[in-house]
Design a protein around this ligand. Structure first.
Ligand code: 5GP
Length: 212
């Protein structure tokens, strides 16, 4: 096959309620070769658990507003009505320059905006096995006050309601190893889809003297 045929890398949206384990599953996708993360900007303060690895670009409200004015975001939203989060466009540019599939861990509002701009983007929704298990995980993290836990549970209900609108795949995270294999299988299947490989197959066919 002709390796020089150009196809846009995948844009993968990973969403799910807080506590569904979506960050871990996003990491499983990033463990695959030819993938890269989108690092979001946020005005939320850094948590103590976030000091050792880079998951966000923490910015001030003023910096965030300036980025909005300069149209630097592919999407942005106010999450939990409190802090702003946004996906800088630069990651999409970098993904296209390097040919790496781009993985966005964003909320449902962000997914709606990305799907509108890039209809070919693929949405993967991560679900907890039950409401009780989600609540147990949120409490177990010990990072949020009671009010915040209740807010996240209410938000989970709203997000699950929006599932049918923007998502192509659903993975239930009852066993992180199996769910990890599931998300990797989704990416592998997408990479092998006939729609994405049409150009390559055509080129191969031409080398046989065939016509499309
Ligand atoms: P957390 O504050 O717990 O890290 O994230 C809160 C929520 O914001 C999660 O649902 C997460 O997926 C979402 N989020 C993180 N980055 C972005 C982003 O760039 N855009 C949008 N729309 N949501 C984001």
């Amino acid at each position: 096959m002709n390796p020089t045929i150009e196809i846009n890398p995948l844009v993968l949206i990973v969403s799910g309620p807080s506590g569904s384990g979506k960050s871990t599953l996003m990491q499983r996708i990033l463990d695959m070769d030819r993938t890269m993360p989108s690092v979001s900007c946020t005005t939320r303060p850094r948590r103590a658990t976030e000091s050792s690895w880079k998951c966000y670009d923490f910015v001030t409200e003023e910096q965030f507003e300036a980025m909005v004015r300069e149209d630097e975001f592919l999407e942005y939203a106010r999450v939990f009505g409190k802090h702003s989060y946004g996906t800088p466009r630069k990651w999409l540019v970098q993904s296209r320059e390097t040919g790496k599939d781009l993985v966005l861990e964003i909320d449902v509002q962000g997914a709606a905006q990305v799907k509108k701009k890039l209809p070919e983007a693929v949405g993967i929704f991560i679900l907890p096995p039950s409401r009780e298990e989600l609540e147990r995980r949120l409490r177990g993290r010990g990072q949020d006050a009671e009010e915040e836990i209740q807010r996240r549970l209410a938000q989970a209900r709203d997000e699950i309601q929006a599932f049918g609108k923007y998502y192509d795949y659903c993975v239930i995270n009852d066993d992180v190893e199996r769910a990890g294999r599931d998300v990797q299988a989704i990416v592998t299947a997408l990479r092998c889809s006939s729609a994405r490989n049409r150009g390559r197959v055509q080129s191969l066919l031409t080398s046989f003297g065939g016509k499309g």
